[in-house]
Design a protein around this ligand. Structure first.
Ligand SMILES: Nc1ncnc2c1ncn2[C@@H]1O[C@H](COP(=O)(O)OP(=O)(O)OP(=O)(O)O)[C@@H](O)[C@H]1O
Ligand SMILES: O=C(O)[C@@H](O)C(=O)CO
Length: 410
């Protein structure tokens, strides 16, 4: 009934678990499902794409392909375009073009949305996005390696990426149950994209009910949860499978503030740690060989290792200035993907990956077609049981408590 298209892999797991938590049977695919595959019985299908930072035309083409697949499999009654709760995109970014293309293809005049996800500390008020207590543009998102966010006013951010006008449904209108009325007014005034305020899950539930019949909706996991609550089956979902076990390894390519803390906690706890240094070696294959040779030499019983490229903002900028932003990201993503492949060949059955782009590279390198959503190690961070014989934990850069990577890899 809901077909979600997510612009990165950690975002896809976040939205999948938000819907599953409300009792929807949710199927997750990494990339377009293989030819001829039929989804098992479901209430929601999530297709994870890696379109957040790729060239615009590719992002649009891949998103439209996902839409065609959802339509062909009867999963497009309501389509949800999942973007980041911190609206990660460049000025030249892909959220606007992808929304334009989906709305045109579905002939939808108005799309309601919000990145608000209170469970992750993201809230929207009067169209401004807050991260915890501060505006988005004043948060650590200013220092993001690929999508630094320096503005906080959502209509302005989206209008910079689309030729269409954007508007706001205020918190007062949400709480006054006037969402539908306000959307109708904005549509009359030629507004196509509308950001709906939300400070709490209950606001998202009100909006979810108002939007239950909308054909195209967008935002982060919060509003998807609100919609799922509106569609929820009375009997609720199956309990998730138990946590996986077996040898674990942590791969971190996220440079987000929370991941840096989580990496520090692992190192302080004495876990073996190996940093991939793109300035010392620019060849992803040889970076990966170095990391795997280090892994092979680890004495038994040392605890699950950490292989990472995460750097704090000043050191990160040094690498980006020396190698270029895209090139350095590409080298490290490819290297971590190759490391993941090598680790699985060596018997690792629990792969924990930090960062959306990083997780996209890791999952693609491992050739995982999709999986079953398991228990959550942290809010929005579920284990994914794959048909490949191992489980994945894909952690969004800023999600989880500081001890998450250490705990999950015990
Ligand atoms: N040392 C480094 N030098 C340059 N780029 C790096 C370095 N380490 C990581 N990167 C790149 O930074 C990007 C981090 O993005 P990623 O999406 O993985 O993390 P995130 O943005 O924190 O996560 P999320 O999208 O889930 O919030 C990746 O493309 C990664 O390859
Ligand atoms: O919405 C979020 O913050 C996450 O699901 C995400 O998209 C991280 O890349």
């Amino acid at each position: 009934m809901i077909g979600a298209i997510a612009d990165d892999f950690t975002g896809a797991t976040d939205v999948a678990v938000a819907m599953r938590r409300r009792g929807l049977r949710t199927v997750l695919y990494f990339g377009l499902p293989p030819q001829g595959s039929e989804p098992p019985e479901h209430d929601a299908v999530v297709i994870a794409l890696k379109t957040r930072t790729i060239p615009k035309a590719d992002a649009v083409a891949r998103s439209l392909r996902a839409l065609r697949w959802l339509r062909a499999h009867g999963a497009a009654r309501q389509v949800y375009f999942k973007y980041c709760s911190t609206f990660d995109s460049t000025r030249d970014g892909n959220i606007g073009p992808v929304l334009d293309a989906l709305a045109d293809a579905m002939d939808v005049p108005l799309v309601a949305m919000t990145p608000s996800s209170p469970e992750h500390g993201r809230t929207q008020y009067n169209g401004y996005l807050f991260v915890g207590d501060v505006l988005l543009g004043e948060s650590h998102m200013r220092d993001h390696p690929l999508t630094p966010m320096t503005d906080s006013y959502l209509p302005r951010l989206l209008e910079a990426q689309s030729a269409y006008r954007s508007g706001v449904v205020t918190l007062g209108q949400v709480r006054g149950h006037a969402v539908e009325q306000r959307l109708a007014e904005l549509r009359e005034h030629g507004v196509r994209y509308v950001f709906v305020d939300a400070l709490e899950d209950s606001d998202l539930e009100v909006s979810g009910r108002a939007l239950a019949g909308a054909r195209l909706v967008a935002g982060a996991a919060g509003l998807a949860g609100g919609l799922a609550a509106a569609h929820a089956r009375a009997e609720g979902g199956e309990p998730p499978a138990p946590d996986p076990f077996g040898p674990a390894a942590v791969l971190a390519g996220s440079c987000s503030a929370r991941t840096l803390e989580q990496v520090a906690v692992m190192i302080e706890a004495g876990r073996p740690a190996y940093r991939l240094d793109a300035l010392a070696d620019r060849d992803p294959a040889s970076l990966a060989r170095g990391a795997l040779a280090w892994y092979d030499r680890l004495p038994p019983g040392t605890g699950a290792p950490l292989i990472y490229s995460s750097l704090e903002p000043v050191a990160l900028r040094r690498v980006q200035q020396a190698l270029g932003t895209e090139r350095s990201a590409g080298i490290l993503e490819q290297a971590l993907g190759a490391v993941a492949r090598g680790l699985v060949e060596r018997g690792v059955t629990r792969v924990i990956s930090a960062g959306g782009e990083t997780s996209g590279a890791v999952v693609s390198a491992l050739g995982v077609p999709g999986g079953v959503i398991g228990a959550e190690a942290a809010r929005g961070v579920p284990w994914i049981h794959t048909p490949n014989g191992f489980s994945l934990l894909l952690k969004s850069g800023n999600f989880g408590e500081p001890g998450l990577l250490l705990e999950a890899s015990r």
